[in-house]
Write a protein that binds this ligand. Structure first.
Ligand code: 8YV
Length: 327
């Protein structure tokens, strides 16, 4: 048998920058999917059956059932910071290393949270729809009146790296920042972010913009539901750049329909890529297709980090056995 054919096999579940994949080709035989698609657990098991490693997207599911059918699997590199697609306990039990890509997407995702805040309050996408539909008949003093951003209170739910990057941008808008998190930040970080720690109820009640930046776990599922939406200000905006499922979409649709909050900016949804028809019909919501980290430079950095992680996790390259981002 030639050395070439005995190399470990790696699966890349979705298209990825080819020049970055070349680094994987130095060590492994790789199978790269040429188009994006959502994989079922059965298909995942089938694809991973003969693989030592994989680079996965954040919607590609791996649980105990998949793992039971993948005897050769030693490492999974998620190309994203979130990893709610992976059953980490089951992976650990099976001795499979899992990694993610923290750090490289914080600033880009924080920029996008601000894009959604501004677009939602100032009705940017609604205004563009209006213009493109030929409805602009001339200057009107009362046209598309929105809410202000400057000077309002920014509330951040989930104050990890991304939440902190969102907070740091608030100074230019002269916005007081309040936050809630599982654990309070150390004083130096609070000072750096100019952010005040508050309880969950106070966050909901005081925020003019409530930005969600918390991970999706069993504990955070539907962290924002009917009761939470009811305790927000009527002129507040909800922004979700975290994960669908953190918000109860049905409850949010009801709140938006009844104008119990002013609007929402959403990059993530409970059943991606399906967005409920009732949501699509609303004007007081800005909707984007999970593109929070989607700048070219950041997506390349994420791909590169995932590749570094996998090479190291499979015992190759300069960091053999020491992948930088073990979950
Ligand atoms: C996705 C994300 O990775 O990092 C995460 O957790 O959700 C995103 O950055 C990205 O959209 C590619 O699927």
């Amino acid at each position: 048998m030639s050395t070439q054919t005995s190399r470990p096999r790696v699966w890349v579940s979705r298209p990825l920058f080819d020049d970055i994949l070349d680094r994987l080709r130095e060590y492994f035989d790789i199978e790269v999917e040429e188009r994006d698609r959502d994989w079922t657990r059965e298909q995942m098991a089938q694809k991973l059956r003969d693989k030592a490693g994989a680079i996965l997207g954040v919607a590609d599911p791996v649980d105990a059932g998949v793992i039971a059918q993948t005897p050769l699997l030693r490492a999974i590199a998620n190309r994203g910071v979130g990893y709610n697609n992976l059953d980490i306990a089951a992976l650990k039990k099976a001795g499979i290393v899992a990694t993610n890509t923290p750090g490289v997407l914080d600033e880009t995702t924080a920029d996008f949270a601000w894009a959604l805040m501004l677009a939602t309050a100032r009705r940017v996408t609604e205004a563009e729809r209006f213009l493109r539909a030929g409805q602009w008949q001339g200057m009107s003093f009362h046209i598309l009146l929105g809410g202000d951003v400057y000077g309002k209170t920014l509330g951040i739910f989930g104050m990890g790296r991304i939440g902190q990057a969102i907070a740091r941008r608030a100074a230019g808008f002269r916005m007081p920042v309040i936050y809630h998190n599982r654990s309070r930040l150390d004083v130096a970080t609070e000072v750096d972010c100019k952010a005040e720690y508050v309880g969950r109820e106070e966050l909901l009640a005081r925020a003019d913009f409530l930005v969600l930046a918390l991970p999706m776990t069993a504990q955070t599922r539907h962290a924002i539901g009917a009761a939470e939406l009811a305790s927000m200000k009527r002129d507040a905006y909800l922004i979700n750049i975290a994960r669908g499922g953190v918000v109860d979409d049905a409850a949010l649709i009801a709140a938006l329909k009844e104008k119990r909050i002013a609007g929402a900016g959403l990059d993530v949804f409970e059943r991606e890529p399906i967005v409920p028809a009732d949501m699509l019909a609303l004007d007081n919501v800005v909707l984007t297709p999970h593109i929070g980290s989607a700048s070219l430079a950041t997506r390349r950095a994420m791909a590169s980090l995932a590749v570094d992680n996998l090479i190291a996790a499979l015992g190759c390259g300069p960091n053999a056995g020491r992948p930088p981002n073990i979950i």
